[in-house]
Design a binder for this molecule. Structure first.
Ligand SMILES: Cc1ncc(COP(=O)(O)O)c(C=O)c1O
Length: 492
């Protein structure tokens, strides 16, 4: 049958329009691009379990080979997808893979990636309530859910940030604003020797000289020592300084240690200090029964950092800060301008730009909202419980290995250990632990990293990927056994 002449004319017009406005693909073109990308995405995800846990050979050559001039002309999508998936993404740490037990694993649940596609296409302006009241409400719901998870009252408010570092930064700025005069350089803040370095960085960015960040030692379980904290605060007051903030950890990066949050809260209350809990790594374990016990007292903190891109398995790029007295967040961040629309007076509605350093920003809220609504929170609770079980499984097996000393048993989902065979001195233990780490990583099924605590080189296993299950932990333990045998034979 012949096509009517009118529809051919329309088709020609559409083609001409597309050539004129290449930034606006047609519906069919959008579908074709997503389909082509989806083919690669699915293949990538399906290959993750068998891909090496890290691959760094040729990294420099690859980076140099990928240098390119400003592209005047466009290229075809398949060619670009090849470049992204086959070359650019194929080298480095396999962070989304099940064998990534290094540092603090991020996640990458697909549901959040889908949310990001939708959010970026919808592209409404969520920094200001009036510009997107419905979408802002979805993000507000997410922050209220987070507040419920940690047991915060109705007055609490929060923001989604790019990550834990920026959440810690806004927490310090808020504490400084609430507890110190505008001339704040006599203010001192207290961290433990296990606190994440982003807190110190945040303090420096917030204008405090290095020496105002006081480091407090930790105990045998890597928890902040309160007797040392009390002594430090007393000395600083006597010296005319103004202690204003203590930062406790809800899961340290080194060993996963959780400070005694209830005891730090008592101390902070008695001393009139702001208590910030950096729970970027461990905070979402509060969804589980065991996590709630470990994090007891977190609800008494003035502010809390939680990282959905760690504990909720989201792709990198979403952290959060919660503040118990939400008005404090606004007092520290709200700045108006004549060209902005009027901000919301009613406490039930928020203008996120008044609570955070950002004005324009991505709609991060959908990346949490969609996975929570699609899967329900029980799916996340179960996955977190599994991580707690897996870390214990690893610790028990390590305890049973001759020549291994478990230095930090899991308080959440990190276990830290070293080689400590008979007759080895400190230096020999450190050297052997380094060799063990290399031997395990060389096998390529898992990627572990190390840290140094009190001069001791410790190998860590951090279980936080939603893709890590018992089979991978068992493979890791097999590789540790084999690596240990190799290491000890070299020591002889
Ligand atoms: C305890 C803790 N706090 C803060 C951060 C910083 O978070 P981000 O990397 O999201 O900025 C990390 C990162 O691993 C962390 O483990």
């Amino acid at each position: 049958m012949r096509e009517p002449a009118g529809s051919r004319v329309m088709e020609v017009e559409r083609t001409m329009q597309r050539e004129r406005w290449p930034l606006e693909p047609s519906g069919d073109e959008m579908r074709a691009m997503v389909d082509a990308s989806m083919d690669r995405i699915v293949a990538y995800v399906e290959a993750l379990p068998s891909a090496p846990a890290h691959r760094l050979d040729g990294a420099e050559d690859l980076a140099r080979a990928l240098r390119e001039p400003l592209p005047e002309q466009g290229a075809a999508l398949p060619e670009l997808l090849d470049l992204i998936f086959d070359r650019a993404a194929a080298t480095g740490f396999n962070t989304p893979g099940p064998g990534y037990l290094a540092y603090i694993p991020g996640g990458g649940v697909f549901h959040a990636a889908l949310a990001r596609l939708i959010a970026d296409v919808v592209n409404r302006y969520v920094g200001i309530w009036l510009a997107a009241p419905g979408l802002v409400q979805l993000e507000t719901n997410v922050l209220r859910w987070f507040a419920d998870i940690v047991g915060y009252p109705e007055a609490a408010l929060g923001i989604l940030t790019s990550g834990g570092s920026l959440a810690n930064f806004s927490a310090i700025v808020t504490a400084r604003h609430e507890r110190l005069p505008p001339d704040f350089l006599r203010g001192t803040l207290y961290v433990s020797d296990q606190t994440h370095h982003s807190v110190r960085k945040a303090a420096l960015l917030a204008g405090f000289p290095e020496e105002r960040v006081r480091m407090v030692g930790s105990d045998g379980a890597f928890r902040m020592r309160l007797d040392v904290l009390a002594e430090r605060v007393r000395e600083d007051r006597q010296a005319g300084l103004e202690p204003f903030l203590v930062v406790a950890s809800g899961g340290t990066t080194n060993t996963g240690a959780v400070d005694d949050l209830a005891a730090v809260a008592d101390f902070a209350h008695d001393e009139g200090l702001w208590l910030h809990v950096d729970a970027a790594y461990g905070g979402f374990f509060a969804l589980t029964e065991r996590g709630r016990v470990a994090l007891r007292g977190i609800d008494r903190a003035d502010s809390i950092t939680l990282d959905p891109h760690k504990g909720l398995f989201l792709p990198y790029g979403t952290g959060s800060l919660l503040v118990r007295d939400g008005a404090a967040l606004s007092r520290a961040h709200a700045v108006g301008a004549a060209y902005l629309p009027s901000m919301q007076e009613a406490p039930e509605f928020v203008d996120f730009c008044q609570l955070s350093p950002e004005l324009s920003r991505p709609f991060r809220g959908l990346g949490v909202w969609l996975p929570f609504r699609l899967l329900g929170v029980q799916a996340f609770r179960d996955a977190l419980d599994e991580k707690l079980d897996l870390a214990r499984r690893a610790a028990e097996a390590l305890h049973a290995m001759d020549g291994i000393e478990v230095v930090a048993d899991p308080q959440l989902s990190v276990v830290a250990f070293r080689v400590a065979a008979e007759g080895m001195d400190h230096d020999a233990r450190n050297a052997a632990s380094g060799r063990l780490l290399d031997a395990v990583n060389r096998r390529g099924r898992v990627f572990l990293t190390a840290t140094t605590v009190d001069g001791s080189f410790l190998v860590r296993i951090c279980v936080l990927s939603f893709r890590t299950h018992a089979d991978r932990i068992d493979a890791c333990l097999d590789d540790i056994r084999a690596g240990l045998a190799e290491t000890l034979s070299q020591a002889d």
